[in-house]
Design a protein around this ligand. Structure first.
Ligand code: NI
Length: 164
């Protein structure tokens, strides 16, 4: 049975931890990814990074399907920007910053590599929402948050509201 995990909320300093590479592809990694998917679905999110549940390893779960039945797991993901001038703007939300959304501009032409739960390597040039979502989640692995892209004044306002 999957368990619901506690999601760290901004401005919790643990969200600033840089995640370590996954080296062991074992049962506990599979269990964590299942728990993270369960937690993500419960929170109505489309993506969740292990950093957000206070596990600082390079693991991301995601489901971008409308029917919420296409769970995806990305381990040790890396991306390269193919075209610096090709940008997309998207209204992003984050389970660690509940109740807020912000229009963020990101490169939308990237090439992506990652490993699955068996350690097998995959490569893709994603399109659409996956391109944006994977960059948002990979920011979490670097200890970076969506609010880092907005003005300090706005960020402070969000911090005050969530600290209450
Ligand atoms: Ni997030």
């Amino acid at each position: 049975m999957a368990e619901k995990l506690k999601i760290l909320k901004f401005p919790d300093p643990r969200l600033r931890t840089v995640a370590k590479k996954v080296t062991k592809f074992d049962k506990s990694l599979k269990k964590l990814s299942e728990d993270m998917l369960f937690t993500m679905y419960e929170g109505n999110g489309i993506g969740l990074a292990a950093s957000q549940v206070d596990r600082h390893i390079r693991l991301i779960v995601m489901d971008l399907s409308e029917d919420r039945n296409e769970p995806r797991v990305f381990i040790n993901p890396e991306y390269e920007i193919i075209d610096n001038e090709s940008l997309a703007s998207f209204e992003e939300g984050c389970l660690s910053i509940p109740g807020f959304s912000e229009e963020i501009i990101r490169p939308d032409k990237i090439s992506l590599t990652w490993q699955d739960l068996d350690g097998k390597i995959h490569k893709d040039n994603p399109e659409g929402l996956l391109t944006i979502c994977i960059q948002h989640e990979m920011d979490h692995l670097e200890g970076k948050l969506m609010v880092d892209y907005i003005s300090p004044i706005k960020r402070d306002r969000i911090r005050k509201k969530l600290s209450k």
